[in-house]
Ligand binder design. Structure first.
Ligand code: MN
Length: 726
């Protein structure tokens, strides 16, 4: 055991010579004592697992806090040691890392749709608080996968799947490609053993041939580089089975079509050397067009940097070459974990700045970073600080905005769950409805059919618009009866104000069309919305009133309406024209000269623009023959004759008679007898010996006129007496 510890310590020393080794020794002693008597499924002492995890981290060059935490990562979960014990003995940082890893271990995993898996990955990051927790967790998972062989088959497959779906993508996101590739290769072996061994077979078939080929290229490159005086390391690149698997089985390529099966890597000291090596390689071998990538000038989002090219090697076999500096190499292999290796002042300011840039980009942190303290702060993950990830009791992940409450959770599940919510439990304990959900909480909502439903207070507690909308919806519905009554009263008042008969509401033509147009099913919905104060119903009401008025106007059939129908009791008085205009006193009334109505004639008023009400006979051709627009139709107004009319009215009579001597004298005698003032007279004779006499007279009313017409008809020789319209 001591030998194993010494190996770990010297590894740490070689990576970071200034490291304080005491906490590591102390942690090893504690873990060794606490796990005493515990064994892994493989049969080896349990301590071998935390020790292996610590070694993986030491190889990456991680700091001693992380390595100490790695040694202790299972003691809280598996022994009687508490988090407080750890904090007391090793300080807050180590305690935080250990508790972070413990918490991540408790996240239930359910293979589900893509969205769920993405949420799960985000939750890991959000829960970790410190990115080192993830790095430790990845190392933990890596060792568990390396030793998965002793587990039952079912467990192997589920662990492997979880690794492929959650852990490998996390490692990729943090730029830790070495861990990612090993996790993928190990997982593949358990998920598709047949496919895996097929690839292993195919690759090993020509293993020696390939090794010979690659070593030939390596020595050729090495001699060229020596001549160029470039200090370099040249190696054959390790095979990544999972990427070959994907190319073969998902992109349907044969093994011969996979270029990077043969791969060479050149590692140099400076960026300039990288390009010098590239030039030399392209001079030596013919590059395949379109296969060159400059990730030095354009780093990948996870800060991967290298030059890539595929060239035609000896015997026409293509191979891929990667060229990078040592710093790039370390970043390429260990990603975010590479930071600790260089943080002990080994590198210049610009390098630090560029790494800060990376962390900033990776963690989406906007703060300015000036010193090492700030730097460590940036490692605290607040990538998803505006989101919180919680579980349903079934293990589905629900993503909510930070500060969300059980109310938000309930409505995120289903509005029925929210509306019937009686209470909530978080991690098995009853909480108040305004409890702030935390990452990883398992939330259980208790519902009951006897629950009355949400109330206005819930609107204040809920954080999501989804929950608030649904609560609002429910409140609207719940107070429906009250709202309907309120809305109905309002609606009818509005109609009364606009003199619209309520019967219009029963008209399908009007109402049903409008209901559909404004998205209502029935009139009660309109009332309810009006009562609630919904603007949609107000718009409907306005439109309805407008349409009713137009319809009312268009339906006034001028000829058919008897004057009696207009004899509405009114306070209006007749003005000196003898015409009463309904509802209006003292308005200017003009007797129209196109038809010259007299009292007793059926009449109608037309509100002119600025010249008062023009009174026409109802049968005036200007009224009956014209086409009025709906707007003009609205200008018609009810008018009727006053009971006692003082003034006289003009009438034009056309008398047709057999022409004879003294005809005109007889006619004028009649008008004189009737005391009808004669205002004009025009007479002519026709070819067939008829006389046409037109007289303009002043009369009091139609009765008066009828008498005159009767008398005139009795005059000898008169054939007809007709009142002319104009
Ligand atoms: Mn573990």
């Amino acid at each position: 055991m001591d030998h194993a510890l010494d190996k770990l310590l010297s590894k740490i020393k070689s990576q970071n010579p200034n490291s304080d080794l005491d906490p590591v020794k102390k942690a090893f002693a504690l873990a060794n004592a606490k796990h005493e008597g515990q064994f892994r499924v493989s049969g080896e002492p349990f301590i071998m697992h935390p020790l292996a995890v610590a070694n993986i981290l030491a190889d990456m060059g991680l700091d001693t806090h992380s390595i100490t935490a790695a040694l202790l990562h299972d003691v809280v979960e598996d022994t009687d040691t508490s988090e407080d014990d750890i904090a007391r003995e090793f300080g807050d940082t180590v305690a935080l890392l250990v508790s972070g890893v413990t918490k991540l271990g408790k996240i239930p995993y359910t293979s589900n749709e893509d969205q769920q898996i993405e949420n799960l990955r985000k939750m890991f990051l959000a829960m970790a608080k410190d990115v080192r927790v993830i790095v430790i967790k990845l190392a933990d998972r890596l060792h568990n996968l390396r030793t998965l062989g002793s587990m039952p088959e079912e467990k192997q497959r589920s662990k492997a799947r979880e690794t492929l779906e959650v852990f490998a993508p996390l490692a990729h996101r943090l730029g830790m490609s070495k861990v990612k590739m090993e996790l993928e290769d190990l997982s593949l072996k358990y998920i598709d053993p047949i496919g895996y061994y097929e690839i292993v077979d195919k690759i090993s078939q020509k293993q020696s041939e390939r090794e010979e080929y690659i070593s030939g290229i390596i020595s050729l490159l090495q001699s060229k580089l020596e001549r160029l005086d470039i200090e370099s390391h040249v190696e054959g690149r390790a095979k990544h089975f999972y990427s070959i698997y994907r190319k073969m089985f998902m992109q349907n390529k044969t093994i011969d079509e996979i270029y990077d099966l043969f791969a060479v890597r050149v590692i140099v000291n400076t960026d300039a050397d990288c390009y010098a090596v590239l030039g030399m390689v392209h001079e030596l071998f013919k590059p395949i067009p379109g296969r060159f990538k400059d990730y030095i000038a354009m780093p990948k989002p996870n800060m991967y940097q290298s030059l890539h090219s595929t060239v035609i090697g000896p015997n026409g076999v293509p191979f891929e070459i990667q060229i990078r500096t040592w710093s790039m190499h370390h970043t390429a292999e260990n990603g975010i974990a590479a930071h600790w290796k260089y943080k002990e002042g080994k590198i210049g300011k610009t390098d630090i700045d560029s790494k800060l840039e990376w962390i900033k980009q990776l963690l989406d942190i906007q703060k300015d970073l000036t010193n090492a303290e700030d730097f460590m702060q940036t490692l605290k993950i607040d990538m998803f600080s505006d989101e919180v990830f919680v579980f349903t009791p079934k293990g589905d992940v629900v993503s909510l905005p930070a500060g969300a409450t059980p109310i938000d959770f309930a409505y995120a599940i289903h509005s029925a769950v929210g509306n019937k919510m009686q209470g909530a439990k978080v991690n098995g304990k009853i909480v108040t409805l305004d409890y702030n959900l935390q990452n990883g909480d398992i939330v259980e909502i208790h519902t009951s059919n006897s629950v009355h439903g949400p109330n206005l207070d819930w609107l204040k507690i809920a954080k999501t618009s989804q929950a608030r909308n649904k609560i609002n919806q429910w409140l609207k519905k719940e107070n429906r009866t009250e709202n309907i009554a309120k809305g109905k009263e309002y609606f009818e008042k509005e109609l009364k104000k606009s003199l619209i008969p309520v019967s219009y509401m029963n008209s399908e033509e009007f109402f049903n069309k409008l209901l559909t147009k404004f998205g209502f099913c029935q009139i009660d919905d309109v009332y309810a919305t009006l009562g609630y104060g919904g603007s949609n119903a107000t718009r409907l009401l306005t439109k309805f009133k407008e349409l009713c008025k137009i319809d009312m106007a268009s339906k006034v059939d001028i000829k058919d309406i008897a004057p009696e129908q207009f004899l509405v009791k009114t306070t209006s008085k007749a003005n000196n024209s003898g015409v009463i205009v309904e509802g209006i006193d003292n308005c200017l009334v003009r007797i129209s000269h196109c038809c010259n109505p007299v009292p007793g004639d059926k009449i109608i008023g037309y509100v002119t623009r600025g010249r008062g009400v023009a009174v026409h006979r109802r049968d005036c051709i200007n009224i009956t023959n014209a086409n009025f627009s709906p707007e003009e139709q609205l200008r018609f107004i009810k008018v009727y004759w006053a009971d006692e009319v003082e003034s006289n009215f003009q009438a034009l009579l056309c008398i047709t008679a057999t022409d004879r001597h003294s005809l005109l004298v007889d006619i004028t005698t009649i008008t004189a007898e009737l005391k009808i003032p004669l205002k004009g007279l025009n007479a002519r004779t026709t070819k067939n010996n008829l006389a046409i006499v037109e007289i303009s007279i002043e009369i009091k009313n139609t009765e008066h006129l009828d008498t005159a017409i009767k008398k005139l008809k009795n005059v000898s020789g008169v054939i007809s007496v007709v009142r002319r319209r104009q």
